[in-house]
Design a protein around this ligand. Structure first.
Ligand code: KIV
Ligand code: ZN
Length: 387
């Protein structure tokens, strides 16, 4: 299969994201998030784990019925009961997918206590079963990045022969690093018979803070599906953040010439909704969607931004759905930003008035974390009455 430059975005906010302790969402909240994901152009929505609970089953079924363009996927372990339940939930979708997985590393093989041969047989049987139900089957060797190379090749080949159409390579515990991530996918594609006929996916966790870098490296290695979540929501340190990989591919298309179908202007809205419904606030300095991602307080930065926004921003806030850059005033701010802010509030001040207000503004800013519009107006009126 000739590799296109389009990277599919597989969002698992409603499955892996919701698995974060404390992030449970209600049925209606899940439907709302699924609709927003569909509207923003996500290719595949992993809507839940239908066998996990009646609630998850209902949510996946309803999302499958309501989805307009995304493929709707459900997760299932490597047994017929899980796979059948998953199919019952996703089959209503215009484009359904069954995702089935099993842990293939030595640590994970020890849990069901299967030998390598027994596990290989289980993979063959369960993928075949899933493929008899659905044309679109994704298979994942959980903890792939800690699975022995020879065994990984063997089980990937079995899954492809049994009918898997997407092979996902999870870095379940966020253990890999970018060079290794690219290399692993590249070598799998080069060595496994049939690899050219399927799509390879990357699914990274962020335990060492490398999920985004590892996902992008996997794309360099030949992966054409990135699995991710909004705000990087997910167990422990989370999953690859959708907004980070999508914006990295857009902003650095010069060196990573891959495209996605995501309407990036919808990023902020969905980020805020996921933060609200999951109860997981976004950290202020989070890339792309943090409160400070497009905010500049220091005088040098504010002055630069007022002259040319490219001085301190590599992308436009409008491209992720924000109204614009923000220049909050604090003790590091300078005269240029104060003048611009006062002009925005309708005050056109002479230089000597601005100088007076600037002195009192600095005094106030030393005592307060941020100086708001009301504080500034009070300073201007005090100045008027003092004159
Ligand atoms: O991290 C992981 O390995 C998973 C699998 C179920 C794909 O989420
Ligand atoms: Zn995961």
């Amino acid at each position: 299969m000739t590799k296109s430059n389009e990277v599919l975005i597989f969002d698992t906010t409603l499955r892996d994201g919701e698995q974060s302790p404390g992030a449970t969402m209600t049925h209606n909240e899940k439907l709302e998030i699924a609709e927003l994901l569909d509207e923003m152009g996500v290719d595949i929505i992993e809507a839940g784990f239908p066998i996990a609970s009646e609630g998850d089953f209902q949510a996946v079924s309803e999302i499958a019925k309501l989805s307009k363009s995304a493929t709707i996927c459900g997760l299932s372990r490597a047994n017929y009961k899980d796979i059948d339940r998953c199919w019952e939930a996703v089959k209503h979708a215009k484009s359904p997918r069954i995702h089935t997985f099993i842990g293939t590393s030595p640590l994970h093989r020890a849990i069901p206590n299967l030998t390598m041969d027994e596990m290989a047989e289980r993979i063959h049987d369960t993928v075949t079963h899933a493929r008899n139900l659905c044309d679109n089957v994704q298979w994942s060797p959980m903890d792939a990045t800690r699975t022995e190379w020879d065994y990984l090749c063997r089980v990937v080949e079995i899954a492809i022969k049994a009918g898997a159409t997407t092979i996902n390579i999870p870095d379940t515990v966020g253990y890999t690093a970018p060079v290794e991530s690219a290399d692993l996918i590249r070598r799998l594609i080069a060595n496994v018979p049939g690899a050219d006929d399927v799509i390879f996916a990357t699914h990274c966790h962020n335990d060492l803070g490398m999920a985004t870098a590892n996902s992008l490296a996997a794309v360099e290695g030949g992966a054409r599906q990135i699995e991710c979540t909004i705000n990087g929501l997910g167990e422990r340190a989370g999953n690859t953040a959708l907004e980070e990989v999508v914006m990295a591919l857009k902003v650095r298309n010069d060196i990573m010439p891959y495209t996605t179908k995501i309407d990036t202007r919808k990023i902020m809205n969905i980020s805020r909704r996921v933060a609200t419904v999951s109860g997981f606030a976004v950290q202020f300095n989070k890339a792309i969607v943090g409160k400070n991602a497009f905010a500049h307080e220091s005088g040098i930065h504010q002055d630069g931004m007022l002259k040319n926004r490219e001085t301190f921003e590599v992308m436009k806030p409008e491209d992720v759905g924000l109204a614009g850059t923000s220049l909050p005033l604090g003790k590091h701010s300078g005269r240029a930003a104060l003048r611009a802010k006062l002009a925005e509030l309708g005050f056109d001040l002479a230089d000597n008035q601005l100088n007076d207000i600037f002195v009192r503004f600095k005094d106030l800013a030393d005592r307060k974390k941020e100086v708001f519009d009301d504080d500034l107006m009070a300073l201007v009126y005090q100045n008027d009455s003092a004159e």
